[in-house]
Design a binder for this molecule. Structure first.
Ligand code: VTB
Length: 316
């Protein structure tokens, strides 16, 4: 695939961030999400690809845009699958808190796990911890192994966990083991990626979050040489039926990074509000500054891109 697709994708996440960044702190998560989705869809139109959304805003009847099955791009080759979360962390954005991003990933047709909109148990480490995690082991055992792999003390590790009652036991165990914790209110894609950035200050992410978000994180981690394991968490029978229709047969399967994102994968994300991974979008008279990460798995070059957008010389 043409490597310049990476630059096309970062244009998409930048446009979404500049659009939804206007809604930061305004208490209206729907409007923020809508702004990001509209901008993303518009920017996608001109890209040379025949894309199909496989991770998106929902089904056609529940999402007006970027729904699962929607065709994006100008229809020319290559044939690709698209995973999007136009605004990951809508609540964070609406409250003006840390950690919201706009994000998109691309794989050859059939490359992404078609994860239903349900929960996934996840564990993530960066390249230095690769091969040392096991989602079936206890949190303390995982911490012990990652500390060994990273040649540091457990006390030196920082783990990101979504602040939810379902994680109370895990949080207690991680504290008992001696690691530092960064609790987040929402948005587990950016911190998963931060695990693979050497100096981000984040070493692991653990716990139950969204399955679609898991696939996006896996795409990014693949590009960075990190590792993720994920297992779907079924809360009700209906979800099993739904998973079946999406081609999932083994409900206990542990998916590794490669199984969630196969082939040559591209990934881009832009900060909406400040976070561990990216700075948020800032505005100045007549323009905005965005901070993004963009990469592809083939070469594993990780680019952080700061862009200055001047509104008077751009189409609306
Ligand atoms: C998860 C997480 C997301 O929403 O889906 C979470 O992966 C929802 O979890 O990043 P709860 O049902 O416990 O609220 C996000 O935080 C934001 O979309």
């Amino acid at each position: 695939m043409d490597r310049n697709l990476a630059l096309e994708l970062v244009r998409v996440t930048e446009a979404a961030a500049v659009a939804c960044g206007r809604w930061v702190g305004k208490g209206n998560k729907m409007a923020a999400d809508d702004a990001a989705t509209t901008a993303m869809r518009k920017t996608l139109e001109s890209i040379d690809m025949a894309g199909v959304v496989v991770i998106g805003e929902g089904e056609m009847d529940e999402a007006p845009m970027l729904y699962i099955g929607e065709e994006v791009g100008n229809g020319s080759l290559p044939q690709v699958d698209i995973a999007v979360d136009p605004l990951e962390g809508t609540n964070i954005c609406a409250k003006g808190m840390n950690g919201s991003i706009t994000t998109i990933a691309l794989a050859p047709r059939g490359g992404f796990l078609h994860a239903p909109d349900m929960y996934m148990d996840k564990i993530v480490v960066g390249p230095a911890g690769r091969g040392s995690i096991d989602i079936n082991a206890t949190p303390s055992e995982n911490l012990r192994r990652v500390a060994e792999a990273k040649k540091c003390a457990i006390e030196d590790l920082t783990v990101v966990i979504l602040d939810r009652p379902r994680h109370d036991e895990m949080i207690a165990e991680v504290r008992q083991a001696g690691a530092r914790i960064h609790l987040i209110t929402d948005g587990d894609v950016a911190p998963a990626i931060a695990c693979a950035v050497e100096d981000s200050g984040i070493d692991l992410m653990m716990g139950i979050g969204g399955a679609p978000e898991g696939v996006l994180a896996a795409a990014a981690l693949k590009c960075m040489g990190g590792e993720m394991q994920g297992r779907l968490v079924f809360m009700e029978e209906q979800e099993r039926d739904r998973a079946r229709t999406m081609g999932i047969e083994d409900f206990d399967k542990v998916y590794n990074t490669e199984e969630m994102a196969q082939g040559e994968v591209f990934f881009a994300a832009t900060g909406v509000t400040d976070g561990d991974l990216l700075r948020g979008t800032r505005y100045f008279a007549g323009g905005a500054v965005t901070h993004s990460i963009v990469m592809r798995s083939k070469t594993r070059t990780v680019r952080f891109v700061e862009s200055r957008h001047y509104f008077d010389s751009k189409p609306a």
